[in-house]
Write a protein that binds this ligand. Structure first.
Ligand code: ADP
Length: 399
């Protein structure tokens, strides 16, 4: 069974083609700058060098056609006919409270996703365009939606409600939703597998630390709290996002700097976090380099990030009544020994003991706690595409 996984953004589209027999990736690629000058597709057949084709890609339909053509290409392709494709799985950012699991896409589901656009005005329209582009290229192929918010639908109401007038929840769906759900699901369940323990018995905190970062409390395999909120702006500081702030600051800065709501939103999303604090870069590698040269604001940005993550871990240990496993994933979590070490430093009272030598690891599954550590600390590279492919396979087989 061959399944195509698509992650569609407003001007980009990532894809991976899985052979589900052994769950291996046959080909993958990236369509960039859709609708912008200089658009291109970079396609990689597993085991071969990437091929880049610079060509006009005015919309997602043309992008999908190029993906399908690349999969069929006689030199770099992996399919002899599109009939070999069984199904297509899509990453969709927001399903509101409508879906707590992945679903087969049909016109009713598409209407529900369109209703969620106000909750994710930047992301859902792009995801929907990707689905519609596949529908027009392959009208009969089964398609599945896998939602970033779904895994967090198990949060109890006291964890997802804000202290705002209740009517906003009823009228607009104002509540904490959480994001990166597919990643938190994958790494928490994979951690249990690695430790050979039933996930139902574990209290796990998963730290997905990338350009966007979120921390999740996973109790018995289910999300019970998460650091992102109504939008992906909440939680710890990120590359360019502020994370949690005092809400009264919005009014204060608006007045002091004469900014309107849109400008404030832009500042919180694009000019804050690592970039805003360090004044240098949103990329942790640059900030770590500057910190090692003694740059005070780079050191401060790293300290704020590590302290923020540590506080969430403490809070979630309290929320779950204990902690068995701590997992690091995504760009920073998988690669930065410094951040992992700074986060764990001081958590000995919870039973976290990092082995500094084992912590010197990058981009691979590893246990980095000492043999005696009560809390097992793991690095687990995330694999959202694999979850999407598996869910797609399961939902297609069920029909
Ligand atoms: P996204 O959220 O866009 O998927 P990623 O998960 O790829 O982002 O994470 C990007 C972040 O990971 C960047 O801040 C980058 O600096 C960081 N990162 C990647 N490699 C390293 C590394 N070797 N050391 C430190 N940080 C790294």
């Amino acid at each position: 069974m061959k399944i195509l996984v698509i992650n569609c953004g407003s001007s980009s589209l990532k894809y991976q083609l899985f052979d589900m027999e052994k769950e291996n990736v046959l080909a993958k690629g990236l369509v960039e700058r859709i609708g912008i000058e200089g658009s291109q597709i970079k396609h990689t057949k597993t085991g071969m060098e990437p091929v880049v084709q610079v060509t006009a890609i005015p919309d997602h339909k043309v992008g999908i056609k190029l993906v399908l053509d690349s999969l069929l290409d006689k030199d770099h392709g992996v399919l002899s006919s599109l009939d070999e494709l069984t199904a297509v799985g899509h990453r969709v950012v927001h399903a509101g409270e409508k879906f707590a699991t992945s679903v087969r896409l049909d016109p009713k589901v598409m209407d529900a996703l369109k209703e969620c656009i106000p909750l994710a005005p930047l992301h859902n329209p792009a995801n929907i365009m990707g689905i519609e582009a596949v529908t027009s290229a392959l009208p009969n192929i089964p398609q599945v939606g896998v939602f970033d918010t779904a895994f967090h639908q198990t949060m109890p109401d006291y964890a997802f409600m804000y202290g705002l007038p209740y009517g906003y929840y009823e009228k607009y769906g104002v509540r904490r939703y959480g994001f990166h759900g597919t990643s938190h699901y994958y790494v928490s369940h994979r951690a249990a597998e690695i430790l050979q323990k039933p996930v139902e018995k574990l209290k796990i905190v998963t730290c997905h630390l990338g350009n966007g970062s979120s921390i999740t409390a996973v109790k018995g395999g289910r999300s019970v709290d998460t650091s992102m909120g109504f939008t992906p702006l909440a939680g710890v500081i990120m590359g360019t996002r502020s994370g949690d702030i005092d809400p009264a600051l919005i009014n204060f800065i608006a007045q002091a700097e004469n900014l309107d709501v849109k400008e404030i939103d832009g500042m919180l999303n694009k000019k804050s976090g690592m970039l805003g604090l360090s004044g240098l870069s949103s990329d942790l590698r640059d900030v770590e380099d500057a910190a090692s040269r003694g740059e005070p604001r780079a050191k401060l940005a790293i300290a704020v990030l590590a302290y923020g993550i540590k506080k969430y871990i403490g809070a979630y240990a309290a929320a779950m009544g204990g902690l068995d496993v701590l997992v690091f994933t995504a760009g920073i979590g998988e690669n930065s020994a410094t951040i992992r070490s700074r986060v764990c430093d001081g958590l000995e009272f919870l039973g976290v003991e990092l082995d500094q030598e084992k912590n010197d690891v990058r981009s691979k599954e590893a246990e980095i706690s000492t043999v005696g550590s009560k809390v097992r600390v793991l690095v687990v590279p995330t694999n959202e595409e694999l979850v999407i492919a598996r869910d797609t396979k399961r939902l297609v087989a069920n029909r």
